[in-house]
Ligand binder design. Structure first.
Ligand code: HAM
Length: 430
């Protein structure tokens, strides 16, 4: 029978990689908590309407990429393609009335039916941060700095922060008209998608991935030329505060973002060494001052971002963690009294584990060599070897597998001795 495969674009994380995922998640939590954000966890699945109303009917995500299905009651549900809409819904359902100034972070799986490639998957993971209730430029700078601080904390060095402003009020409308005026005479040269969007959502032409559209972009009107005074002041203030924080950034007028809910400041975190190829946007975000009201809340400004975990881990490869924690292994050398020795070996492993020490044991037992190899695979340093003679004498043999030395110690001092060995400097190490 053929072995079943996972759904294309949906991947397993095996134990060897999970340590890197956990280290990244821990760094994310720690960084967010330092900036005064609290964690929110929302369902993987929402009513479809939440995404069509927030992300936007004419976006790629809603038009082509959502995993939508009917539940048994005939309601249309969608696996979340992003976290902002769900977080806003949760905010509206909970603290919006009592705690308008909320700061939340989240992490978890998102689903988009895109063509799988390196850095682009159908189930992927995001870490994200959202700040509600503050419309000023300081929180924009602060939250961009939070994203940058986290990216640096996990060891990614080659990052650009690119920022732009979509303005507010009628800025988008005026810019939209300018785009229609510019692209209409060129309509035949646009991709089929963009020809359709010329009427429904011309902004999307500016961030289209089609080569045909990209070729027409250089002469197109620039968003920043359409900002009103207040929007320009806001954008200038964000820049001067970022400079004050020492967060490096560049203004990039070609950023428009692929989701419809944005207003004013928008930004992207790019990996710049080239190692991610075409999928070099680590994450992105911006202000969405109208979304909460559009979803039925009181007018409440908001700003946030999300970073793609798979891309972060690709970009951090070689930097973050993955070192084995200091650990021990227990080896049973057994002949006739096998079960008694194996039982004692298990009891020793349990005693070490109860004391908080990572302990490996090859429960198939068998040849000592094979048991040692099992521990080596996990980078174990302390080897505890027992046989019936040691059990009778109330001792164990403790090996330093790095220094290749061995001592016989009383069973009673096992935990203290192993702990001391695992915290001793590595022979030949730094
Ligand atoms: P987004 O630009 O759609 O924004 O996604 C943010 C990041 O998620 C991307 O830059 C990328 O790293 C990752 N990502 C997106 N799609 C995929 C995929 N198919 N495979 C792998 N990684 C992917 C948002 O989702 C907004 N909710 C961000 C936001 C938060 N804006 C305001 N608050």
């Amino acid at each position: 029978m053929q072995t079943l495969q996972s759904v294309p674009g949906m991947n397993d994380v095996l134990p060897a990689d999970a340590a890197r995922w956990r280290a990244m998640e821990d760094a994310f939590r720690a960084t967010c908590e330092r900036y005064g954000f609290g964690e929110v966890r929302t369902p993987l699945c929402e009513f479809t309407e939440l995404f069509t109303r927030s992300v936007g009917e004419t976006t790629d995500v809603v038009e082509k990429e959502m995993y939508t299905f009917e539940d048994r009651g005939g309601r249309s549900l969608t696996l979340r393609p992003e976290g902002t809409a769900s977080a806003v819904r949760a905010y509206l359902n909970s603290v919006a009335g009592t705690e308008p100034l909320a700061r939340w972070y989240y992490m978890g799986a998102m689903f988009r039916g895109e063509r799988p490639a390196k850095g682009r998957y159908r189930e992927f993971h995001q870490v994200g941060a959202e700040a509600y209730g503050d419309g000023g430029p300081a929180v924009d700078a602060e939250i961009i700095d939070l994203g940058y601080a986290f990216i640096r904390a996990i060891g990614i060095e080659h990052t650009d922060v690119r920022i732009n402003s979509l303005g507010s009020g009628d800025t988008r409308l005026r810019y939209r008209q300018a785009l229609v005026d510019y692209f209409t005479p060129l309509k035949e040269k646009l991709s089929a998608d963009s020809q359709r969007r010329l009427l429904t959502n011309p902004l999307r032409i500016i961030d289209s991935k089609s080569e045909q559209d990209i070729a027409l972009r250089p002469g197109a009107p620039r968003l920043t030329d359409y900002l009103g005074d207040e929007d320009r002041n806001h954008f200038d203030a964000v820049q001067s505060m970022l400079a004050k924080l020492g967060t490096p950034f560049v203004v990039d007028p070609t950023i428009v973002r692929g989701l419809d809910y944005y207003t004013r400041t928008i930004f992207e975190f790019k990996e710049t060494s080239g190692m991610l190829g075409a999928q070099d946007t680590l994450g992105a975000g911006g202000r969405y001052d109208n979304l909460i009201e559009e979803l039925g809340g009181r007018p409440t400004p908001a700003v946030g971002w999300a970073l793609g975990c798979e891309r972060l881990l690709l970009a951090a490869s070689g930097h973050t963690v993955a070192a084995h924690p200091p650990s021990a292994m227990v080896i049973a050398i057994a002949k006739s009294d096998e079960l008694a020795v194996q039982g004692e070996a298990l009891a020793i492993a349990k005693a070490l584990r109860d004391a908080g020490i990572v302990t490996h044991i090859d429960t198939r037992f068998g040849k000592a060599d094979r048991q040692f190899r099992h521990g080596e695979k996990h980078g174990a340093r302390a080897g505890i070897v027992i046989g019936s003679a040691e059990i009778a004498a109330g001792t164990v043999n403790l090996k330093d597998l790095f220094a290749k030395t061995q001592r016989t110690i009383p069973r009673a001092s096992l935990v203290d001795e192993v702990r001391a060995l695992l915290s001793a400097p590595t022979p030949g190490g730094p």
